[in-house]
Design a protein around this ligand. Structure first.
Ligand SMILES: [Zn+2]
Length: 191
């Protein structure tokens, strides 16, 4: 059975009353922020959502998704194919009523409703995937085109950088000395 695109947004309270479940897709083209930082390999992503009301009477929206991506290795610049998945459990909060309400259990992430009292599901999924990306993408050493020997040179490089960094100060020092000498010269000529 072919899956349908998920709705862009839902009213979580209504969805919870109906115990709405969603098993659908998001097309690659709808994830522009993700596409800026990674090559999205899938034409569409499977996404599931389940909405309901918990024993504490809190509305919840939980779901999961995963995507195949290609990231750039921070060491060699080559591509790394990887699968990133996310599971999430939200409870919607109203900004104004927040403080008077019971504290939200730790299991939930809070999500604010937009002006229409809805949450944007596609944005939510994209946020979750962005957060699930590795902070620094890098090949395993055996898969990387830059070897450990290269890395040894790489480790030496910062020292060389330090030397280079200290040079401008030496030059500055010399310039100061020259200026001082010139200054003294000017001073003595004026006398
Ligand atoms: Zn690499």
């Amino acid at each position: 059975m072919q899956k349908l695109k998920i709705p862009i947004s839902i009213n979580p309270a209504n969805a919870a009353l109906k115990r709405m479940t969603i098993d659908g897709i998001i097309v690659k083209g709808d994830l522009s922020r993700l596409a800026e930082v990674a090559d999205v390999l899938d034409e569409y992503l499977d996404v599931t959502f389940e909405c309901g009301i918990d024993p504490q009477n809190l509305v919840f929206v939980q779901g999961s998704t995963s995507v195949n991506l290609e990231l750039s290795c921070q060491r060699c610049g080559g591509g790394i194919k990887t699968n990133v998945s996310a599971e999430f459990l939200y409870t919607p909060v109203r900004r104004a009523a927040k403080e008077s309400e019971e504290p939200i259990p730790d299991a939930y992430e809070e999500i604010e409703l937009n002006e229409e009292g809805e949450i944007n599901l596609i944005q939510l999924v994209e946020d979750e995937l962005m957060l699930a990306l590795p902070i620094v993408a890098m090949h395993e050493p055996e898969d990387c085109s830059i070897t450990e020997e290269d890395m040894t040179f790489g480790e030496l490089a910062p020292e060389a950088m330090d030397e280079e960094k200290s040079n401008p100060f030496d030059i500055l020092k010399k310039i100061k000395e020259i200026i001082k000498e010139l200054g003294d010269g000017n001073g003595s000529s004026k006398k």
